[in-house]
Design a protein around this ligand. Structure first.
Ligand SMILES: [Zn+2]
Length: 263
């Protein structure tokens, strides 16, 4: 059963997290020029207000099973096995009201609920003298196509698959994912961010604002991407808290909840 494997992996993670090294990952691809705003996998959006997270948590697992397959649901699962439709665009994208890095207007947007949560988190961090900036938020399907084609042209398809998401497989299309950075890593998306005071703060506090670190260290095979200490996914306070406490990836957490997903 898959679960036994998860237990082993999970038990190792605690140790691994403490060690923290550095690698790099799919959001980033340091060199490609498109890398600035690019790569990576996800997207999503929408913040169904009527279905607040708490409802999801308290709802039956039947609801959860449906929610994770609904493009516009805050719990939508997006990875290499579960993609978003080509025509999915969040209905409530808003411009970020936090410090940003890029000029690109598209990436400086998030679904409203996620944008509000991000502002709350960054403002709170600021009060503790932790300066966090938003680097890349929403990414349309069309942009994903351009980025992926560009990456394939420059690095080949095999490398592209490893470091960049295929169109529809980026969680950023949801409007619920945001890449954050700091001056200490020159405003880039670097694995070393996880070791900075800003990155450590994010790791310890993001869940309090409804975010999870979607691609944790040591979970590459399950999450489908290398460690990305900068990539946050808004998923609502209750779910974020549960996932944080479980020490699991979102995929593992769903399996533990009895949801039958392909991994
Ligand atoms: Zn990202």
């Amino acid at each position: 059963m898959k679960s036994s494997k998860f237990y082993v992996v999970t038990s190792l993670v605690g140790v691994v997290l403490l060690l923290q090294s550095c690698s790099e990952s799919n959001d980033t691809n340091s060199n490609a020029e498109s890398s600035t705003e690019m790569t990576e996998s996800d997207n999503e959006n929408q913040n169904s207000e009527e279905t607040g997270d708490s409802n999801h948590e308290e709802g039956s697992d039947d609801n959860l099973e449906n929610d994770i397959l609904d493009d516009s649901n805050i719990l939508k699962l997006v990875n290499k096995k579960y993609s978003l439709s080509e025509d999915y665009i969040p209905e409530d994208l808003v411009n970020l009201e936090v410090p940003t890095v890029l000029e690109n207007a598209e990436v400086n947007q998030l679904s409203k609920e996620a944008a509000d949560a991000l502002k709350e988190m960054i403002d709170y961090a600021k009060e503790e003298n932790i300066d966090i900036l938003a680097r890349s938020g929403y990414r349309s399907y069309k942009t994903q196509v351009q980025l992926f084609d560009n990456y394939v042209a420059n690095h080949g398809e095999e490398a592209a698959n490893q470091f960049s998401a295929r169109p529809g497989e980026s969680e950023h299309q949801t409007g619920l994912s945001i890449d954050v950075t700091s001056e200490s890593v020159s405003y880039q998306l670097s694995e070393s961010f996880g070791e900075t005071i800003e990155g450590v703060w994010i790791k310890e506090n993001a869940h309090k604002f409804g975010f999870i670190i979607r691609y944790p260290e040591g979970k590459e095979e399950i999450a489908g991407y290398q460690y990305e200490p900068w990539h946050l996914r808004y998923i609502g306070n209750d779910m974020a808290q549960n996932i944080y406490e479980s020490g699991l990836t979102y995929e593992e957490y769903l399996v533990e909840r009895g949801i039958d997903i392909e991994i």
